[in-house]
Design a protein. Sequence first.
Length: 153
Amino acid sequence: MEIRYYWEDLQPGQVRDLGTISPTKDEILAFAGQFDPQYFHLDEEAAKASVFGGLCASGWHTCSMAMRLMVTNFLQESASLGSPGLENVKWLKPVFPGDILHLQHHIIESRPMRSRPDVGLVRTDWDMSNQKGEPVLHMEGWGMFRRRHPATD
């Protein structure tokens, strides 16, 4: 795929709409069965008595869906070099089967990497909301991107 976005193209203040995704009951069950087998992610009847009031997606599943939207609708067209990690992850509301989740990506900060003149760092906020406009996920972290014009000093 053609690279459209290098570090120089990613400026503080930019907001990207990264699309929507909607988890099904079967997807929630499959993810939970493999990675987060807590009863409120696996047992519809038992989940009704939980604090969530029904079967809901694992927070890690919600993060994975956000990552899918990020890769499909942005990173595949960028000079992404991965990430050194997240600073903050908050699950704000449960995600239920059939919810329509919308992701926005906000660029907060951008700076060259001191140790690698060919790499720039970008600090971002990821905000995911459901079909009611209620926030369900907030993540903050850094991404590494190849520079179109590496520093020479």
